[in-house]
Design a protein around this ligand. Structure first.
Ligand code: URA
Length: 209
């Protein structure tokens, strides 16, 4: 029904001010959709790929709206928080270098990160190819000399290609596992399993904006 009148023709046009109901339930037009996914390993942060599974395939068919794409990329073997939206403006703004949206990751490292590593990250690293990075905050969660391994949390502002892997490589270490736990003021809910996603509420969307 449109404004309490039964509509029998598919040609009926509606405007945003019209009230549309189906079986008594109001149908609300929503232009943009926002999903927060806990990305598992093994899927590509892309909208389509000829041979490999993409993050879009993790959405239910009814949530695969036209134009939905991931906000930035996580590597195929990286897990954790990935925002998906068809709001191109928000997607663009969250990635704009000038906006400095912080991203926090937890990682398992082959190598022993120490205070020197923390200081080097804090100063702003220079990568192997000469790229100069902004300061990053590194917290050491565990250090094990016997197994030559560490567990860390890192907060970065940029999102350069393979950035965290390259940062540790510049220090002679290797990232073994990488998981993003937050982006801006969005945090991965503790009960959201890998491969699962939630729709963001309008409040949450407003808070990112
Ligand atoms: N840094 C990386 O090296 N990989 C990611 O997926 C994200 C940040």
């Amino acid at each position: 029904m449109v404004n309490d009148e039964v509509v029998k023709t598919p040609k009926q046009k509606v405007m945003e001010t019209d009230v549309v109901t189906v079986n008594g339930e109001e149908v609300i037009y929503q232009k943009y959709h926002y999903f927060l996914l806990n990305k598992p390993k093994g899927v590509l942060s892309a909208t389509e790929d000829r041979s490999q599974k993409t993050v879009i395939s993790l959405l239910k068919p009814e949530d695969q709206y036209q134009g939905i794409s991931p906000v930035g990329r996580l590597d195929k073997d990286t897990t954790g928080l990935l925002l998906l939206t068809n709001d191109g403006q928000l997607n663009h703004e969250l990635l704009a270098p000038a906006k400095h949206v912080d991203k926090v990751y937890r990682a398992k490292i082959a190598g022993v990160a120490n205070d020197e590593t923390v200081k080097a990250f804090e100063k702003g690293l220079t990568l192997g190819d000469g790229t100069k990075l902004k300061p990053a905050v590194l917290k050491i969660l565990k250090q094990d000399v016997a197994s030559d391994s560490s567990e860390i949390e890192i907060r970065i502002q940029e999102g350069k290609y393979h950035q965290i892997k390259r940062m540790f490589a510049a220090q002679g270490m290797k990232v073994v596992e990488l998981d993003r736990i937050s982006m801006g003021n969005l945090t991965l809910p503790a009960d959201l399993k890998r491969g699962e996603y939630i729709k963001l509420s309008l409040d949450e969307v407003e808070s990112i904006k």
